[in-house]
Every structure is written in structure tokens, then in C-alpha cells.
Write a protein that binds this ligand. Structure first.
Ligand SMILES: NC(=O)c1ccc[n+]([C@@H]2O[C@H](COP(=O)([O-])OP(=O)(O)OC[C@H]3O[C@@H](n4cnc5c(N)ncnc54)[C@H](OP(=O)(O)O)[C@@H]3O)[C@@H](O)[C@H]2O)c1
Length: 271
């Protein structure tokens, strides 16, 4: 049995919105797709309608779900303007927000009372390897919560969290997490050059090592700790490096402080 298509308005199609849209276009989900974005250029022939401004949206447009993927700073003002434009057209729509730190309460208020699902994805969604934390407010109809989960599963793994507060931690670990891994790649590349390798070789070694280690974490059932131990010969080179990284005031303290800073910022953004 095929279900009838849901009408999705993707509001904001930049880094994150376009990653989501790419996944939906590849998926077999029955969707009618509409995008509101000043810049986005769809692939030729893609079954998606693009509007540039709110004024381009027909006043009788009736979306089932609005996916909010504009910057958190502009999110409330955007929703107020959308509500002004569509009014009762939003009364049966659910809001799926990926905006960091904008709470269900903020978003419901700005949108004129929409039921809100919050998602915190990450940019590997662009290659179908995303990780999303998902929280549905209690007033979200179960079928819409399920649709939100399907939309996010189209771009990777989804973890549903029981408390809205958990999303600050999700943001600190997986939402921002790719940036920490990219930083490691940058630093390894620089370190390779410092040790005398040419730039091209240092770049290849750094990027492919992060890629290969990531694939092992994905494919191999061993724990991250065991995979690390398997690289570490007693008295060898890795042990020499890990003594520096794993000193209590080095990575263990730094990772804790950095993720606390990210979670704290997510809390601040929700005020
Ligand atoms: N990037 C990440 O790693 C990541 C991860 C998880 C969650 N998020 C969340 O995803 C959201 C979007 O982030 P992003 O990095 O994708 O931002 P982005 O690249 O700036 O994308 C937002 C897009 O929306 C457009 N836009 C905003 N208001 C508009 C309006 N009224 N009419 C038409 N177009 C409009 C922007 O155009 P202009 O640039 O012209 O305003 C831009 O193209 C944020 O809330 C962020 O917290 C991001």
C-alpha cells in the first residue's frame, strides 16, 4: 500500500537544508517538495519547486510539514513572517526545526502555535552518513513524529532522545562533532609538513587516515578503545604519541571542556 504524499516546505536550503533535500530526492519517500531559499539552484529536472521569498509562496499553500533550516538567529523572525503569510494555512502543519538551540517553546510561539519536532543533524548528512538527535514535543501527532523520523533517516542514523534538554548534548557531540574531526585532519596535515613531508603528501595521509579510521569505527564491532589499543604496540611510536594526547590535562580535559562549552552555548541560544 502506498501512502499519499506529504507536502514539505523546506525553509532555508544552505549547508544543512541542501544536505537534507539531497537525501529526500534520493529516497523513495512519497513527498511533494517545496523550497524557500534566496540562492538554492536545484539539479536539472529535480521534482522540487523553489521560491525565493516568502511573497512567492501562494497564500493558499497548505504544507504538512515545514522544515526550518535557517540560521538560529533569524529563526523566530522568519516564523513570524511565515505565519503572517500563510496564517491558517499553517494550522495543520508540523514544524521540524534543525536550528541549534531554538526551543520548542520559542518556535511554537513564533510560529503561531505549531507543534514542533526538533532535530539536530550534522553535515555528513550530505553523503547519507548523518547523525541526528530527534525530540518531538508532546503535542506532535504520532504520524507527524514518524514522518519527521523518516525525513531524517533519509540522510543517516537517527537517535530519538526522551528530553528536549538532551539536544544540547547531542549538539555538542554529533551536531558540532564533524568540525572537531575536520580540525584533527587539519592539525595532522600541518604536523606532517612540520615533520618534513610535502603539502600534498601530508594532506593525503591526514585525510585518508581519518577516513579509514572512521570506516573502521563504522564497520568493526570492536570498541573505539580496543581499536586504539590494536594500533598501540608496547613501547612503540603510538604509545609515545598517546602519552602526550592522553595526559589528564591534554585531550581528556580539553574534549570535556570543549563539549561543555558547546552544550552551554546551545543552552544560551535557547534563552
Ligand atoms: N551547518 C551545520 O553543521 C548544522 C548542523 C546542525 C544544524 N544546523 C542548523 O541548520 C540551520 C541552517 O544552518 P546552515 O549552516 O545550513 O545555514 P546557511 O548555509 O546559512 O543556510 C540558510 C539558508 O537559508 C536562506 N534564508 C534564510 N532566510 C531566508 C528567507 N527569509 N528567504 C529566503 N532564504 C532565506 C539563507 O540565505 P541568506 O544566506 O541570503 O540569508 C541561506 O541560503 C541553522 O539553524 C543551524 O543551527 C546546522
Amino acid at each position: 500500500m502506498t501512502s499519499s504524499p506529504n507536502t514539505i516546505l523546506l525553509a532555508g536550503c544552505g549547508h544543512m537544508g541542501s544536505a537534507l533535500l539531497h537525501g529526500w530526492l534520493k529516497s523513495k519517500l512519497p513527498l511533494r517538495l517545496y523550497v524557500l531559499d534566496r540562492h538554492y539552484q536545484p539539479p536539472a529536472g529535480a521534482p522540487v519547486t523553489v521560491w525565493r521569498t516568502l511573497a512567492d509562496i501562494p497564500e493558499d499553500f497548505r504544507p504538512d510539514m515545514v522544515v526550518l533550516a535557517v540560521k538560529p538567529k533569524g529563526a523566530d523572525a522568519f516564523l513570524e513572517a511565515l505565519h503572517e503569510r500563510l496564517g491558517r494555512g499553517l494550522s495543520h502543519a508540523t514544524l521540524l526545526s534543525v536550528a541549534a538551540g531554538r526551543s520548542c517553546a520559542n518556535l511554537a510561539k513564533a510560529s503561531g502555535g505549531m507543534a514542533v519536532v526538533r532535530a539536530m543533524p550534522n553535515t555528513p548528512a550530505a553523503i547519507g552518513a548523518g547523525t541526528t538527535g530527534l525530540y518531538s514535543a508532546p503535542d506532535v501527532p504520532p504520524a507527524r513524529a514518524a514522518l519527521a523520523a523518516q525525513l531524517m533517516k533519509a540522510v543517516g542514523a537517527v537517535v530519538e532522545v526522551p528530553h528536549e534538554n538532551d539536544l544540547a548534548a547531542v549538539t555538542a557531540i554529533s551536531g558540532s562533532g564533524p568540525a572537531y574531526v575536520f580540525l584533527l585532519a587539519e592539525l595532522l596535515e600541518k604536523a606532517g609538513q612540520h615533520l618534513g613531508l610535502n603539502a600534498e603528501t601530508a594532506k593525503l595521509l591526514a585525510r585518508n587516515t581519518v577516513y579509514g579510521a572512521g570506516e573502521m569505527l563504522h564497520e568493526d564491532p570492536l570498541s573505539a578503545e580496543q581499536l586504539r589499543r590494536n594500533v598501540t604496540s608496547p613501547g612503540g611510536t603510538t604509545e609515545a604519541a598517546l602519552k602526550v594526547f592522553m595526559a589528564p590535562d591534554a585531550w581528556p580535559a580539553t574534549v570535556e571542556r570543549a563539549t561543555e562549552a558547546a552544550a552551554h552555548r546551545a543552552d544560551e541560544l535557547s534563552q
